[in-house]
Design a binder for this molecule. Structure first.
Ligand code: SF4
Ligand code: SF4
Length: 451
């Protein structure tokens, strides 16, 4: 399947060819937030002074939308402190001093040796294993994987034109090897990491979700020959997706391009139209968990931007981001911003000591001179944002309505359909803070409707 890019949005520079991830040694201390995803905070299962082994559960919760947190080094629990996560939320965090012994817990789950084993397993058993492993979808504020893969309790979205709830059985699994927000490219770095882990991961994801059709979204111009060959062996379809047409590789737009199904807005998700979409690195993690019987204790993490050697690492979860930036040669002498996620949809962090978590994929480092300043300058009515908006909104009008607190009027102009891609802010010559206006407006609309 070959896709042409018949959509709006913007063009970003092609990311450089990525090498396989470089293993980074475990740090002296790891900082493990007890919530590394959207959802409930886990409760600490350890106390200061406890000796822990790798894989030991240090945080767990009965809540469904919560993921277990395991120790990623062996050593002693030093403290449980409040830290600020990449989304700016305070969260209790277990600090473990590494003893350097890398001792694993004795009891690990039974291993699933091959794709046939995954295909023969009960979906509920596979799902339970993923839940126990604490896997989280790799994106800022991602959800635990067992939540992503469970059937919706109730329709998440509605077709407003008819008022009919939209839910259909999942029949398609898309494994996305294209990074939606380059140059943060952990998926690109894993293009050559194909083999048993991916085969088992995809087989398990298809078994859990019920998908009969598997589509691999491959980066156009990237070295995806090994993945394409593997797709041939397993009867997976492939699609070549542009790496430079932004935000083409984001979930809902990709689903629409690959299946022709329109994810309903607002609040819709691929599951509503019978599709599960999983990043390549998450599919690999699923395979690793099932083959090894152990939780995943590291994350493929890209350091891009103004560092000496931009590259992708395999980092122990809980490593301070500052340490990973140092491993990439260090940041600029006049630091500006560290953005978790990519330049378009990422979030700036306040503290470089913020740890790498299951939902972080990488950072973009900017020097002070390269940080774009936005201000509430007046709109000059050039129309560039309208031409760029990939979901056909009128950002200039929405921005003004939100700026002047006319939130309900903005909602009537489909404010809630905004996917916060940032294309309007990127092209705006007046440098208006469009995403800030729109994001704030959406929060106000939701708050108003919950009163
Ligand atoms: S209005 Fe929303 S969806 Fe449209 S370009 Fe701006 S941020 Fe993207
Ligand atoms: S791009 Fe900026 S200046 Fe131009 S119409 Fe949109 S908001 Fe106004």
């Amino acid at each position: 399947m070959k896709l042409s890019n018949l959509f709006k949005g913007i063009r970003l520079p092609r990311p450089p060819a990525a090498a396989p991830p470089v293993d980074l040694p475990a740090p002296e201390r790891v900082y493990l937030p007890l919530r590394q995803h959207r959802g409930a905070v886990a409760e600490a299962q350890v106390k200061p002074g406890d000796q822990v082994a790798i894989g030991q559960v240090v945080g767990a919760s009965e809540e469904f939308e919560s993921a277990a947190v395991q120790a990623t080094v062996s050593g002693v629990v030093e403290s449980i402190v409040q830290t600020v996560d990449p989304a700016g939320q305070k969260v209790p965090t277990v600090v473990i001093k590494n003893d350097g012994a890398d001792t694993w817990v004795a009891d690990t789950a039974e291993a699933l040796a091959d794709p046939a084993g995954a295909k023969a397993s009960r979906p509920s058993r596979l799902l339970k294993r993923l839940r126990e492993s604490g896997l989280v979808r790799a994106q800022v504020e991602g959800r635990p994987l067992h939540v992503d893969l469970s059937p919706p309790m109730a329709p998440q979205s509605y077709l407003y034109m008819t008022g009919i709830p939209v839910v259909r059985p999942v029949d398609t699994l898309i494994v996305n090897a294209v990074d939606p927000d380059p140059p943060v490219c952990p998926n690109l770095s894993c293009l050559t990491q194909v083999g048993e882990e991916l085969a088992v991961g995809v087989a398990a994801l298809a078994r859990i979700s019920g998908a009969k059709r598997v589509i691999l979204a491959l980066p156009a111009g990237g070295d995806a020959s090994a993945l394409a060959a593997m797709a041939g062996q397993h009867e997976w379809e492939t699609a070549s997706v542009s790496q430079t047409a932004y935000p083409f590789a984001t979930d809902n737009l990709l689903v629409s391009a690959l299946t022709g199904r329109q994810v309903p807005t607002p609040y819709g998700e691929p599951k509503d139209v019978g599709v599960v979409l999983m990043p390549l690195i998450s599919a690999l993690d699923v395979g690793r968990v099932l083959i090894s019987g152990r939780p995943v204790i590291d994350r493929v993490f890209t350091v891009a931007g103004e560092v000496k050697n931009p590259q992708t690492f395999r980092v122990r979860l809980g490593t301070p981001i500052r340490d990973v930036i140092e491993a990439a040669g260090g940041g600029p002498s006049r630091p500006g911003k560290i953005i978790v996620g990519g330049p378009m949809m990422g979030l700036a962090i306040f503290d470089p000591a913020t740890p790498v978590t299951r939902s972080t994929e990488g950072v973009l480092v900017q020097s002070a001179g390269n940080v774009v300043s936005y201000a509430d300058h007046p709109c000059i009515h050039c129309g560039r944002c309208v031409a760029a908006c990939p979901v056909n909104l009128i950002p200039s009008e929405l921005g003004k309505l939100c700026e002047f607190r006319m939130y309900e009027e903005a909602a009537e102009m489909n404010l809630m359909n905004c996917i916060e891609c940032g294309c309007c802010a990127y092209v705006c010559p007046a440098k208006r803070p469009m995403v800030h206006f729109l994001r704030h407006g959406k929060t106000e609309v939701l708050a108003g409707r919950m009163e």
